[in-house]
Design a protein around this ligand. Structure first.
Ligand code: PMP
Length: 354
């Protein structure tokens, strides 16, 4: 058995793979999902259901639109300021790592970025907490889960400034209060579905205020008007995302998966803290429930442990090059059995090297 701990694209439920492969062969009357028009009623029903599932699973209030776009979370780094910032205005950003920085980099094309706080000096091993957001910021941007460093934001700052959040790697993993946010975006390829589409949840009233001239494909309002079909959407990605969201609903929804995610994370962090060979890399209160980063006290042993893990079906635990060590991503579809297997190998390894 393979245990996929990859950071993204990542594990999805086996039943979703089976249903998706069936639709490649026969989606409707012998036609493949890959060959049908996006304008068919059958595919329009897929988009409608996918949007409905996002709204249901996250309890999205009235007054918000849900979009399935393209260009990854990376395009959102630019679309956000293009749609929400006007020349001369400033947006505030919390610097919690590489992805936050990539978002900050795009702001300069449209206005100014003010960094409210950064944990760069500590290689992003914690989430800064004591900072203030200038009242005149057009919006405040944060990254709820820092995939590379394994930190997660469990609380939001108190502010009247609109909050924009990159939730690429923890959306659908825990209950959130969408009404606290003005815009949420997430590349699909973690807990939503396969790569190729990006979910945006936007409060309608924040749009249409910028003085920027926005090209149609980059304008949220155009996509809302087109029902995520302003142009040909990524049909297959949206279809598989819809299947995966159906799976999540059948599991009891986000509140239920959150319980499993807490149990998986606790199991792994407990072993990291107990096992003398391993240590966690992040501030305990900011530890991510999605990406568990850890290193070995003795760096020389890391290669050997990686080899043991790979020989035993553990995939994708090599840490990001900027952190080193290991990163075990434990997204929604990864079972606790896989986490137990990894923990067991850590224990076997520790016994061998006592
Ligand atoms: N933000 C976060 C938190 C991410 O983890 C990633 C990619 N893993 C991105 C943004 C970039 O996403 P994409 O590759 O979809 O542009």
């Amino acid at each position: 058995m393979r245990h996929n701990f990859g950071a993204g694209p990542c594990i999805l439920p086996q039943e979703v793979f089976r249903q998706a492969s069936q639709a490649v062969l026969d989606f409707k009357d012998g036609l493949s999902i890959l060959e049908i028009s996006h304008r068919t009623p059958e595919f329009e029903a897929v988009v409608t259901e996918a949007v409905k599932l996002v709204k249901e699973l996250l309890n999205v209030p009235e007054g918000y639109s849900v979009l399935f776009l393209q260009g990854g979370a990376s395009l959102q780094f630019a679309m956000v300021p293009m749609n929400l910032l006007s020349e001369g205005q400033t947006a505030s950003y919390l610097d919690t790592g590489v992805w936050a920085n990539k978002a900050i980099k795009e702001v300069k094309y449209f206005g100014n970025a003010h960094i409210v706080a950064s944990s760069k000096d500590a290689n992003y091993t914690f989430i800064p907490k004591d900072y203030s957001i200038p009242e005149d910021s057009a919006y405040f941007h944060c990254t709820s889960n820092n995939t590379i460093y394994g930190t997660e934001m469990f609380s939001l700052p108190e502010t009247n400034v609109p909050i924009v959040c990159d939730m690429s790697s923890d959306i659908m993993s825990r209950v959130i209060d969408v009404s606290k946010y003005d815009l949420i975006y997430a590349g699909a390829q973690k807990n939503i579905g396969p790569a190729g589409t990006t979910v945006v949840i936007v409060k309608d009233e924040i749009l249409g205020k910028t003085t920027n001239k926005i090209p149609s494909m980059l304008d949220y309002t155009q996509h809302i008007g087109g029902g995520s079909m302003y142009n040909t959407p990524p049909v297959f990605s949206i279809y598989v995302a819809m299947l995966n969201l159906r799976w999540l609903k059948s599991k009891g929804g986000v509140a239920e998966i959150e319980k499993e995610n807490i149990a998986k994370a606790r199991t792994l962090y407990t072993e990291i803290d107990r096992n003398p060979l391993f240590k966690g890399t992040c501030a305990v209160e900011d530890r991510s429930r999605m990406n568990v980063c850890f290193v070995m006290e003795d760096k020389e042993l890391e290669k050997e442990f990686l080899k043991l893990a790979e020989e035993n079906g553990i995939e994708g635990i090599k840490g990001h090059r900027s952190v080193g060590g290991f990163r075990a991503s434990i997204y929604n579809a990864l079972s606790i059995t896989s986490v137990h297997r990894l923990v067991e190998l850590m224990q076997i390894f520790a016994e061998k090297h006592q």
